[in-house]
Design a protein around this ligand. Structure first.
Ligand code: NAD
Length: 375
């Protein structure tokens, strides 16, 4: 049984799907690992780090692999290199990408989307949304600190006192919680908001203050799956009025708000941005899904009258070494469930709920119920 680790062809993707740690673990299960040359270099992992733990490095690594692991969905030029029937496991970004799904089906591969992993206890160790969002939340604060012309902690010095920075985190999922914790570690005064009532206690347990319109709708705003619901126009207006007053007084705003399968909610209007003091910084982690901040531009730092709106994409990729190491472990934990250990052979249980939830294509067709081609 052979697993190949692809080198990402998207130049903006520095992550890699394996680490020396996971190569060792695969080898211990009797699996051969082949790596495309230079696959790990942008994550600080030269080929030698992989060969020393037993991987082979070869330009032909993908050709006869039973499983190909990657970060991003394969493009046509990559699909042409895979053998039919291979399993390809990556972050597939399947929503609204029907043509790409069809291309994977036509290539005869079984494509798995790691981001569709159910959020159940058994699959926590495979949850790429969490592992990557956690790092993105951390990095968002680092980006904000870098773009901000003042220090985060209060400093009392002989030359005078510097006040602590005021940081407001909007959206308290995995990324938001890590952003709160990181900003607190840097000494900022932190407030946070979310539409899910369960987050209030989490925010307070991190030493930050919670801010939200806590009406009847708010009390019921969480789905059974633990995600946010899209709020009514009325609620959004009340929440906007409350946050508008608050944003004015903030130095840093970090937004992370998402609703599964919907565009990101607009939380900070252009007027709210303009109400902030020059030198203030906003970091919009939702920019790839349409953005929480009006005026955020994907991949850019926008300047609005001296206020910066940081719109970097792939923020987890900006801590590539850590992001790759966690992503690689998520992949290993999933693939381990597909290996018949005594026989050192691939043995996918197609009825396993984790497999059913993530597999997009198989035997030449798009098989995932949520991504059926429209008649
Ligand atoms: P997400 O990335 O989907 O959204 C980020 C946050 O934005 C959420 O907290 C959401 O409530 C919030 N949000 C949406 N609309 C908003 C608005 N208008 N204003 C303010 N905030 C808004 O969330 P996530 O990080 O994937 O986490 C979602 C939930 O899943 C959380 O409860 C988290 O604890 C849970 N979770 C469970 C597991 C598991 O059990 N394995 C793993 C990870 C996360």
């Amino acid at each position: 049984m052979k697993i190949a680790v692809a080198k990402e062809i998207d130049p903006s993707e520095p992550r890699v799907a394996a680490s020396p740690d996971t190569v060792k673990k695969f080898k211990a299960l009797g699996v051969d690992i082949a790596i495309e040359p230079g696959a790990g270099i942008k994550s600080g992992l030269p080929d030698s780090e992989f060969t020393v733990v037993g991987a082979t490095v070869s330009a032909d690594a993908l050709k006869d692999a039973d499983i190909i692991i990657k970060v991003k969905r394969p493009e046509a030029s990559e699909l042409a290199q895979y053998k039919r029937g291979a399993l390809v496991i990556a972050i597939m970004d399947p929503y609204g990408n029907d043509a790409a799904l069809k291309a994977m089906a036509d290539a005869g591969i079984s494509a798995f989307a790691m981001e569709l992993m159910p959020r159940i206890t058994r699959a926590q160790v495979m949850d790429v949304l969490s592992s990557q969002a956690n790092l993105a939340g951390y990095r968002a604060v680092i980006e904000a600190a870098e773009a901000f012309g003042r220090a985060f902690p209060m400093m009392m010095t002989a030359a005078g006192t510097i006040p602590a920075a005021k940081v407001f985190v909007m959206g308290v999922g995995v990324a938001g919680l890590q952003a709160i914790a990181t900003a607190r570690r840097l000494g900022a005064v932190v407030t946070a908001t979310d539409v899910r009532p369960a987050t209030k206690e989490q925010v307070e347990s991190l030493g930050a203050k919670f801010l939200a319109v806590e009406d009847e709708e708010f009390k019921n705003a969480q789905t059974a799956g633990g995600y946010a619901k899209e709020m009514s126009k009325e609620y959004q207006a009340k929440q906007a009025a409350l946050t508008a007053e608050h944003v004015k007084k903030q130095d840093i705003v970090i937004t992370t708000a998402l609703i599964p399968g919907r565009p990101a909610p607009k939380l900070v209007s252009a007027e709210m941005v303009k109400s902030m003091k020059p030198g203030s910084v906003l970091v919009d982690l939702a920019v790839e899904r349409g953005g929480n901040v009006e005026g955020a531009k994907a991949g850019e730092v926008a300047d609005v009258d001296g206020i910066k709106i940081v719109g970097y994409t792939n923020v987890a990729g900006r801590v590539a070494q850590s992001a790759s190491s966690l992503y690689a472990r998520n992949l290993f934990n999933f693939i381990e469930t597909m290996i018949d250990k005594p026989n050192k052979a691939l043995a996918v249980n197609w009825d396993d709920e984790l497999v059913k939830a993530t597999v997009l294509t198989k035997d030449g067709a798009v098989i995932h119920p949520n991504f059926q081609p429209k008649a």
